[in-house]
Design a binder for this molecule. Sequence first.
Ligand SMILES: Nc1nc2c(c(=O)[nH]1)N[C@H]1C(S)=C(S)[C@@H](COP(=O)(O)OP(=O)(O)OC[C@H]3O[C@@H](n4cnc5c(=O)[nH]c(N)nc54)[C@H](O)[C@@H]3O)O[C@H]1N2
Ligand SMILES: Nc1nc2c(c(=O)[nH]1)N[C@H]1C(S)=C(S)[C@@H](COP(=O)(O)OP(=O)(O)OC[C@H]3O[C@@H](n4cnc5c(=O)[nH]c(N)nc54)[C@H](O)[C@@H]3O)O[C@H]1N2
Ligand code: SF4
Ligand SMILES: [Mo]
Length: 868
Amino acid sequence: MSAPVRTTCAYCGVGCGISATVTGERAVRIEGDPDHPANAGRLCSKGRHLGETVGLDGRLLHPMIGRKRTSWDRALDLVARRFRETIAQYGPGSVAFYISGQLLTEDYYVANKLMKGFIGSANIDTNSRLCMSSAVAGHMRAFGEDVVPASYDDIDAADLIVLVGSNTAWCHPIVYQRIMAARAARGAQLVVIDPRRTETAEEADIHLALRPGSDVALMNGALAWCRDNGALDSAFLEQHVSTPDGFWDALAEGNDLWSVARTCDVPAADLRRFYELLAVTPRTVTLFSQGVNQSLTGTDQVNAITNLHLATGRIGKPGAAPFSITGQPNAMGGREVGGLASTLAAHMDFAPDNRALVQRFWAAPTIAEKPGLKAVDLFRAVGEGRIKALWIMATNPAVSMPDASRVREALADCPFVVVSDVIADTDTSAFAHVRLPAAAWGEKDGTVTNSERTISRQRALFPLPGEAKPDWWIIKEVARRMGWKTAFAYDRPAEIWREHCRLSTYRNDGARLFALAGHGAGGNAAYDAMPPFRWGGTPFADGRFPTADGRARLVPVAQKPIAAPLRDWPMTLNTGRYRDQWHTMTRTGLAPKLARHRAEPLVEVHPQDADRLGLVDGGLARVSTPQGGSLYRVAIGDSQRPGELFVPIHWTDKTSSAGRTGLLPRPLADPISGQPGFKATPAAIAAVATRWRGFALFADVPPRRPDCLWATKVTVPAGSLWELAGDGDSAALDAILPPGERIEAVDRARGTRRIAVIVDGRLVAALFVTETGELPARDWLIAQLGATEAAPTLLAGRAPGATADRGAIVCVCFDIGVTTIVAAIRDRSLADVAAIGAAIGAGTNCGSCRPALARLLAEATEPAHAHG
Ligand SMILES: Nc1nc2c(c(=O)[nH]1)N[C@H]1C(S)=C(S)[C@@H](COP(=O)(O)OP(=O)(O)OC[C@H]3O[C@@H](n4cnc5c(=O)[nH]c(N)nc54)[C@H](O)[C@@H]3O)O[C@H]1N2
Ligand SMILES: Nc1nc2c(c(=O)[nH]1)N[C@H]1C(S)=C(S)[C@@H](COP(=O)(O)OP(=O)(O)OC[C@H]3O[C@@H](n4cnc5c(=O)[nH]c(N)nc54)[C@H](O)[C@@H]3O)O[C@H]1N2
Ligand code: SF4
Ligand SMILES: [Mo]
């Protein structure tokens, strides 16, 4: 066993430090790094179970041209030649890169340099466009530069924490634990603004379940209230903020409490409590994420928040800031290198001076003249044949782009598609002419920047498997083969890092806050040992902003009318995340423990809608929009507002027959930021009748997806579990079972068939289906997949005598199900989350399930209250 390596989590923008101890060839023990400023040793369920994802299952380990393995030389030569030829024939605007906040800063830097300085186009956009480009645009409008003026320390110092459009308990769990700690330590109040009653909202002092898309009204109302109640900071406004003519007059119109309550469809009394609290609490931190950003008016929503903070002087002071929390591990690093189509490099835009500066610094033959195509437009251009060569790195747009079916058509028609990924078969790589094997988390080496501007090292734990290579290496090799040898003569990430630091300070007289002065000074050893550090100190503490006149800007924003429901598409479709899955599940999908929290994609529906539309809990439903339709299992509950639906974004063609969400939203975007509106799509829902339901278990990867109406997959310890349902003859499924000795039981009256396949005395597959009967709980059978000897009671689906089922897994660390927890609360009269932990251990490790435990406690004490 080797010494622990300090690295950074692969997943969210909280950017937790990890202490990783390699325990075997591809095995690692993961612990929180107690010295990392982001998490001080804590990790959530996803970070905690990273060790389950470092195996080589499904990895892309060799370069591929079409379906054939090839050498790096051939693959790289082909990519370089096709890009060169396309540019020669159609110009630099005919090629594009679509990259990702999951690249390291060094990868991002090289890709941006190649496209903007050497190819001479800005057609390089990233999945961050779908994620935080509205925050970027809002920051530029308000502050003059894309600077996040907050840190996690502000959470510790705040008296009021407002979460807008953020399911923090699930998506930024360690930030959420910090919020909970601030509440316990200093009684900070928590207000959650989200149409859904999420687990985050359940804990709040005030939850405003507003009408989707009404955030501008809510924030403008807050600002009007603060003004009317003497909560503005007039000295700060006078000295540090420029206020456009007519700003306050416009705000006075229609932003009174009653009008706002009506627009937002929230109880006026709750709204008033929030406004009163806000007006008297200088130490307010407003955290926001996708409920704000992913909207057709996302940039205005961001500025409604920054207006409130600027006008009350709640910025640049401890415990007071607007705080855009970022999604991906390196969304911020991508912003810092300027790797978006709308920025040039190092927090510079395309102004002539900046272009000249960057071109000189890179000694580049050319430099992009103007912003390039933003993601939605970029894929539209691919579809229209204007982009003829496309390189996709570390993102899965065939799943994650809005109107993803059109994106698939565009990819299918594109003359040349290159995909760099760590996984061999993704929905996107199915369209690739060339697939390039990238180094994964645990193999790659470089830096990432988290939500609060802390830059940390990700460090390699394992040697590169197969022929995988780091992304920066792949990009620089293509650049060199395109003819730019010296500009891309990098041998290690440290060299790229130093160049990135130098560019940030190059001819920077302080006009750009982003400056890594001194951080690129050391040699390779200094880079290897670099501890986490935060750049920018406390931005705006001196009241100076990076605008021409040094003042921040109030930006006039008005609530846009919210369209009435359409006749054919009467529902509003909201999309988002589950606690234990990451995006398209290529990585979290490998971890059996993370599969248990939500094993299938659910559509959450309010009971009134379910009654009206004949939807049954646990049945199937089709959710459709003008762009397409997908299937989900129905979960009825009043955490949804009537008329609204919520579905997860995680399932793909690899993991489901029809549970993809990306094809449903419209390909429309905020006009300023270009960020798509993923959270409010006009939609319809209808029940889908099935004849039978069932499940299948496989020890080995099945040759193909079971062919039926509904098939969704999760990973289990010794294989995979598929939940199934269909309307045809279930006998057609038998073909998918592997060869072996079959034992079978049939109950014709109930339409039940149970088949187990045994090879060498061990269970290798099972198929259980029924029309009107019961299905056994999956747990015991799942455990039999790994057993050395098949149990005699396989077809009963349970051990001889035993009947207990743990129910849905709540605490994934200790594998504790809802049934066990509810029984413990009841039988042992447990009164709080700590007592549950003391009694049965649940919630005592990563803590991600503590909100769920709190909810089970609440339900146990008020049994009449129905929850979803
Ligand atoms: N478990 C997990 N964690 C993750 C990720 C993951 O895939 N899984 N992904 C990471 C990434 S890249 C990102 S970007 C973040 C996203 O983190 P979040 O933004 O917290 O996640 P979402 O579930 O997309 O959406 C947040 C909330 O916005 C609400 N919302 C919808 N419409 C509106 C509205 O009009 N107004 C308001 N105020 N709220 C609205 C939704 O109901 C939802 O609860 O999570 C990061 N962390
Ligand atoms: N409907 C709807 N759609 C959404 C959203 C939503 O809320 N609703 N959210 C949007 C947001 S915020 C985001 S961030 C996107 C995320 O969407 P995607 O970026 O498409 O999702 P991921 O599954 O994270 O894709 C990352 C890919 O990179 C691969 N990969 C991982 N590490 C590496 C590496 O080091 N190098 C390389 N080359 N490849 C690697 C993974 O195997 C995977 O295929 O989805 C967006 N789409
Ligand atoms: S909160 Fe969880 S997923 Fe996010 S960085 Fe920390 S451990 Fe990783
Ligand atoms: Mo994101």
